[in-house]
Ligand binder design. Structure first.
Ligand code: FE2
Length: 239
């Protein structure tokens, strides 16, 4: 029996853990992560690792979180510090002239399109918002995505389980942490916008990979598509 929205987000919960029970969807996820695992050395060789940091891990500190929150609406919503590899087509950042690299990037983009098309059909999502790899030491610094307010699905694969997600619960102001597991895990939430003037929907969050590598793929749903989002969660959990 699917959970209703009120059952899923009980009490002060702002983020829900999704049980990835659906064998067909899990097969698609595993096919994608197995492929990525098999080509990681080439990805690290040819894809640019975006690094915006004064020092490693600066973006996930308490100091930086307080700085970002103190900015109020001057914080746009994007992370201000990060270190990751963007896998989405057109985001690889390759600036060389090596045909082998071009062929490989084309191969990854083709595989990504196949994976994402399949997931969009399974989830009924409007769009993929993110597909990144955090190498060891990689991270996304504190931010709130207020510039892309939506219902979301955040799916993470870790090769070793060394890493975490953190968010500030706007209802309690507590910092909550979800440790990575080996393999896939998924969560869902609603990230609000400043326009709502409702501080209870602004979810500041950050994540880091402390060993192995960590991949995050995210799909989002329009702010008026809550029902589709709940249906997608049920689909992921269907056994
Ligand atoms: Fe985010």
């Amino acid at each position: 029996m699917p959970l209703s929205d009120s059952e899923r987000f009980s009490g002060n919960e702002v983020l829900t853990d999704i049980k990835l029970n659906n064998p067909e969807i899990l097969e698609v996820f595993n096919g994608w992560s197995d492929y990525i695992h098999s080509v990681m050395p080439k990805i690290e060789k040819w894809f640019r690792c975006i690094t915006e940091e004064p020092y490693v891990g600066a973006g996930v500190t308490d100091i930086h979180r307080k700085e970002v929150i103190a900015k109020g609406e001057q914080h746009i919503g994007f992370p201000e510090m990060a270190k990751f590899i963007d896998l989405r087509p057109g985001h690889n950042g390759y600036a060389g002239n090596d045909q082998e690299a071009f062929d490989f990037i084309y191969e990854v983009e083709t595989k990504y399109y196949e994976f994402n098309e399949r997931m969009i059909v399974e989830l009924g999502s409007r769009r993929n918002a993110l597909c990144v790899i955090y190498p060891k030491g990689g991270y996304v610094g504190w931010h709130n995505n207020a510039n892309a307010s939506s219902y979301n699905l955040i799916c993470t694969h870790s090769s070793t389980g060394e890493g975490y997600w953190k968010h500030r619960n706007p209802k309690t102001n507590e910092i909550e942490q979800i440790d990575d597991l080996v393999g896939w895990q998924a969560k869902a939430s609603y990230f609000g916008a400043y326009v709502e003037r409702d501080p209870e929907t602004l979810i500041y969050h950050a994540a880091q990979c402390t060993g192995g590598y960590r991949m995050t793929v995210s799909w989002i749903f329009d702010r008026d598509n809550e029902d589709w989002w709940l249906d997608a969660i049920d689909e992921l959990e269907a056994s």
